[in-house]
Ligand binder design. Structure first.
Ligand code: PLP
Length: 389
């Protein structure tokens, strides 16, 4: 725990550097570090906060909620999913959590035993490593397809052993922006079904979906739980409604999960043990805002500015199909040295890729203002030229 606390993530390290610059009153830099949405929450969220303040007794807003969240909120979440994905979920499948991170860590705590393996797909959200190691499990890194960053099903199949308990997928993906194809998720489901049978144990798929609605070019993220019966879905409104500070999300245990009620109760146990329980007031708000759309057009516009701008300069960048990150090939092999040079010489703060489980890339979070994106392009051009074009 000391190491997790003292050794910051690459994302936080860069973010804190930029916070220090802000505190000095500096404005001559570009912060692309953290996925903290610049797009404000929809006005309806603030209106709803005011509405619920007038509607409920203080105890029903600020008192303890049930550990799995208010029943009416869980029912609203299930209804929303049923309408969108033609499913048949009920409030008894939903556990409200403190953000998506709370849902992930509670799920890992609930469903693993120390010493088991959890497979992650590189490049991946670096916090997974901590969520996994905290429960004394091993984080097994399996690369995605090199060009497309889609799932490499054969590589996953080869990595599964009798110790495997879980595979984590994240689509739309942070950091590559890949949206996994339904075909590949169904193929993954087949592999996990077959391996579960072979090793006579349930291998879970944890589908981490905080960017679920942020898909571009009219695409839709597949409903992952349809592709494999033992999927636990982890979600939050941190990105879709720009509410990361409110710590509100959920874990969904579909009725198809083997020993459903035991798994659900294990999640409740984890909620008590880890205290990933969410807050009362905001679940009341979410209950009324669950149908609000994500600001996809705004992120699509930002993607265009940064993706096309960097491509035109000559950078190799992956075109994001979803989420709000751009994956950029560094102009030298060492991503640490490239990102340090970008910061020192051009005041461009990017996140190096080693923490994401691969080398030679950098992540740009474009959840910032249009102005930050467009004014950064000349600095990116100077950086490019400094490497000899
Ligand atoms: N999963 C991924 C892929 C993320 O990018 C993030 C946050 O950036 C999380 C989970 C955690 O989300 P939350 O802030 O809702 O806990």
């Amino acid at each position: 725990m000391y190491e997790f606390g003292a050794g910051k993530s690459a994302i936080r390290t860069v973010f804190e550097e930029t916070c220090a610059l802000r505190e000095q009153g500096r404005t001559d830099f570009w912060d692309f570090s953290i996925g903290n949405p610049y797009v404000p929450a929809p006005p309806k969220v603030n209106e709803t906060i005011r509405e619920v303040l007038g509607q409920y007794a203080p105890i029903d807003l600020h008192g303890y909620p049930p550990n799995n969240g208010w029943p009416a909120t869980r029912a609203a979440v299930a209804k929303n999913l049923n309408e969108r994905f033609s499913t048949n979920y009920s409030m008894g499948d939903v556990v409200m959590t403190g953000g998506c991170a709370g849902a992930i860590t509670a799920t890992i705590c609930a469903l693993t035993t120390a010493g088991e393996d959890i497979i992650v797909i590189t490049p991946y959200f670096p916090e997974y490593r901590m969520y996994i190691q905290a429960w004394k499990c091993k984080c097994i890194e399996v690369p995605s397809e090199p060009e497309t960053f889609q799932l490499d099903i054969d590589a996953i199949k080869k990595a599964i052993t009798p110790c495997t308990r879980m595979v984590i997928v994240n689509t739309p993906n942070n950091p590559t922006g890949a949206v996994y194809s339904e075909e590949s998720l169904r193929a993954l489901g087949d592999v996990l079904r077959e391996a579960s049978k072979r090793y006579q144990k349930t291998i879970y798929l944890l589908s981490d979906e905080p960017y679920r609605e942020i898909c571009y070019d009219g695409a839709q993220n597949p409903w992952v739980a349809d592709c494999y019966e033992n999927t636990i879905v982890c979600y939050s409104w941190s990105k879709s409604l720009s509410l990361p500070g409110e710590r509100v999300g959920y874990a969904l245990v579909p009725p198809t999960v083997t020993n459903h009620s035991m798994v659900y109760d294990a999640l409740l146990g984890a909620q008590r043990a880890v205290n990933t329980i969410t807050n009362s007031l905001f679940t009341r708000v979410i209950e009324r805002c669950v149908d609000l759309p994500a600001p996809v057009e705004e992120y699509e516009r930002k993607r265009k500015i940064i993706y096309e701008g960097l491509k035109e300069i000559g950078y190799e960048v992956v075109r994001p199909q979803g989420a709000f990150y751009l994956w950029l090939k560094c102009l030298e092999e060492d991503d640490h040295s490239f990102c340090r040079r970008a910061a020192a010489e051009q005041h461009l703060f990017l996140v190096e890729s080693t923490d994401f489980g691969c080398s030679g890339w950098a992540r740009i979070s474009y959840a910032c203002s249009d102005e930050t994106l467009s004014t950064s392009l000349p600095a990116f051009k100077r950086l490019f030229d400094s490497y000899g074009g």
